[in-house]
Design a protein around this ligand. Structure first.
Ligand SMILES: NC(=O)c1ccc[n+]([C@@H]2O[C@H](COP(=O)([O-])OP(=O)(O)OC[C@H]3O[C@@H](n4cnc5c(N)ncnc54)[C@H](O)[C@@H]3O)[C@@H](O)[C@H]2O)c1
Length: 374
């Protein structure tokens, strides 16, 4: 791929959407990375963007995304807005030659995600999908064990994401028009990405979605528009390599609060061993060998952060710190003139599977996944 930018100086980043994920993941990530700086922020909520400007000490704050996208002094844009605006904002930033990191799900549908990937590839910019949990040290270690053959031939992938959320409004997240889907696009899509990253492409999917709660009230008790998205999603799949996959996600698992982290479990059962990732224990893996019990094994030091990152892995709770490593990867890819991982191709492929689950739920049958090479 051709790259127009080569950086000996700081990579100048802007954030569009100055809400929760920007504050918790991306701004601290930029602060940890001496190779980049936050030069501009945008949010359509003027009061919020003004407050963030003071809080984050950034010189340019605007409520107009065009101001960021047309600015020649900005190298890369982080899109952290509700899902419905990902595609228009990313396509505009790509057309202006910016590198783009976009939050997940990449688009409101697989068609949008494919358009975004193709535009990014044609423009030769660095593109990245913010599949945060890939950066968890335990997941990095699990990937290494699968790739090195330590678990033998992979047979099963299994993931559970159980949250105990209040049954009040999720705001934009409970609107199909703004979010595309509920738990499936919010939580399960990260775990679909785990499966694809660890075991490769999937050739068939059976999916089911349910909505149990209407959430017609806000936390303060005010009436609001009811939810029209799922709060439970489940997939059964078969990988091209013959392995099976099972995913379940819910926000209605009472008692699974677990200090706010919830239950997040992903495992691979191979012919010679099992390895289990848990978000609540992000610096260790459960490992199992034939005929023995599961053992808690620490992630090797060199896998706690990305190579070269100055972030102190012990400086924050294990379930939190790695969420700031996405910026390190985005900036490294820009500086090194290489593809970022996970890229828009990964965001697109995860959405192919998520949308197949929606289709399967509607049709009541398995959906064959066409072979498509990005
Ligand atoms: N990768 C992860 O682990 C992770 C975690 C949380 C959220 N997310 C994703 O990040 C995105 C944002 O989620 P959030 O929880 O921060 O939401 P949020 O509601 O806290 O923040 C979104 C912000 O975007 C602003 N906004 C809306 N439309 C805009 C537009 N067109 N231009 C500029 N600003 C606009 C809103 O005013 C709001 O301040 C979503 O796509 C979500 O799925 C990802």
């Amino acid at each position: 791929m051709t790259r127009t930018h080569r950086h000996s100086v700081s990579v100048r980043l802007a954030i569009i959407g100055a809400g929760k994920v920007a504050a918790e993941h991306h701004v601290p990530g930029i602060a940890h990375d001496p190779r980049c700086e936050l030069v501009a922020i945008c949010d359509t909520n003027e009061q919020l963007v003004n407050r963030r400007q003071a809080q984050w000490q950034v010189s340019l704050a605007t409520s107009r995304p065009e101001r960021i996208i047309s600015d020649p002094d900005i190298d890369g844009v982080i899109i952290a807005t509700p899902n419905a605006s990902h595609a228009p904002l990313a396509l505009a930033a790509i057309a202006a030659g910016k590198h783009v990191m976009c939050e997940k799900p990449l688009g409101l549908s697989v068609a949008e995600a494919a358009t975004m990937f193709k535009a990014a590839r044609a423009a030769g910019i660095v593109h990245m999908t913010a599949f945060t949990y890939r950066f968890a040290p335990a997941m990095r270690y699990l990937r290494m064990l699968v790739q090195s053959g330590d678990l033998g031939e992979p047979r099963h992938f299994r993931s559970q994401r159980f949250l105990d959320w209040p049954e009040t409004s999720w705001g934009w997240r409970q609107s199909k028009a703004l979010a595309g889907a509920g738990d499936l696009y919010d939580m399960t899509i990260h775990r679909i990405d785990f499966g694809l990253d660890l075991l490769g492409p999937i050739d068939r999917i059976c999916g089911a979605l349910e909505r149990f709660c209407l959430r017609g009230q806000t936390e303060d008790g005010a009436a609001c528009e009811s939810s029209d998205v799922d709060d439970w999603s489940c997939l059964l799949g078969r990988f091209v390599n013959g392995a099976t996959g099972v995913w379940e996600g819910t926000t209605l698992a009472k008692g699974y609060h677990m200090g706010g982290v919830g239950h997040d479990w992903a495992e691979v059962n191979g012919s010679t061993g099992t390895a289990i990732y848990r978000l609540g224990k992000a610096h260790s893996l459960l490992l199992g060998k034939p005929g023995k019990g599961l053992e808690d094994v620490a992630v090797p030091e060199n896998l706690l952060t990305p190579a070269g990152s100055p972030r102190d892995p012990q400086g924050q709770p294990a379930a939190v710190g790695f969420r700031q490593d996405l910026i390190w990867e985005f900036v490294s890819a820009i500086r090194e003139g290489r593809d970022a991982a996970p890229s828009f191709a990964d965001g697109w492929q995860a959405q192919v599977i998520a949308d197949a689950a929606i289709q399967s739920d509607l049709s009541g049958s398995w959906v064959e996944i066409p072979r498509q090479k990005p």
